[in-house]
Design a protein around this ligand. Structure first.
Ligand code: GTP
Length: 209
């Protein structure tokens, strides 16, 4: 964004968290917003959001963070939860390879449901590899593998089957390629990397404006 974009910048940013059931989406939100962690699993039904105000580059921003159900049977509440999102967080569990392999379909599903205006390949995504606090002997997804996937997605433009917005202009190679998809190895349990991750999210959502 250039200087003229500054006046158009939103101070409320909508962030949507998606990923398989049990990867820790609700826990990440609870830790980040309320500094709490609960060992007991409670399925999210539909979706819910929490807000948190942060200061970024001398600017006050309210993050409205939506936590969606990972379990398919609880996902019936439709597109309203995805619409208007400024950033999407794709979460997997570093100790569960399947949850990592499902990220591509979560990404596509998000783009289909949210149908963000403009070029979908440029929509900001951030990846969280959660439960990094668990002993390394349980690790199923190496950081190297995750980094490689993030780079691949960014280069490929990622979203197979998601049509570009009709009439969108500027579909040159440069504009269709999302330059980066940052990866954060997080722990909702121990509060690892959450502040950094959400600051990056806020910055990316700003730049998209
Ligand atoms: P759905 O609501 O079904 O989509 O699940 P979810 O992704 O919201 O998962 P949730 O936050 O409910 O966490 C699932 C389980 O993993 C709970 O028992 C949590 O206590 C545990 N958990 C979540 N995050 C972490 C973490 O960072 N470390 C560890 N060790 N456990 C975690």
């Amino acid at each position: 964004g250039g200087g003229a974009a500054a006046s158009r910048r939103k101070i409320l940013l909508k962030v949507v968290i998606v990923g398989d059931s049990g990867v820790g989406k609700s826990s990440l939100l609870d830790q980040y917003v309320n500094s709490k962690f609960n060992n007991h699993y409670k399925a999210t039904i539909g979706a819910d959001f929490l807000s948190k105000e942060i200061v970024i580059d001398d600017r006050r921003v309210t993050l409205q963070i939506w936590d969606t159900a990972g379990q398919e049977r609880f996902q019936s509440l439709g597109v309203a939860f995805y619409r208007g999102a400024d950033c999407c967080v794709l979460v997997y569990d570093v100790n569960n390879a399947r949850s990592f392999e499902n990220l591509a379909s979560w990404r596509n599903e998000f783009l289909v449901q949210a149908s963000p205006p403009g070029d979908p390949h440029r929509f900001p995504f951030v990846v969280f590899g959660n439960k990094i606090d668990v002993h390394e002997s349980k690790r199923q997804v190496s950081e190297k593998r995750a980094v490689a996937w993030c780079q691949e997605q960014a280069l490929a433009g990622g979203a197979a089957g998601v049509p570009a917005t009709p009439g969108a202009t500027g579909t040159t190679a440069a504009s269709t390629h999302n330059s980066s998809m940052p990866l954060f190895l997080t722990s909702a349990k121990e509060g690892i990397q959450l502040e950094e991750a959400f600051k990056t999210i806020a910055r990316m959502a700003f730049e998209k404006e």
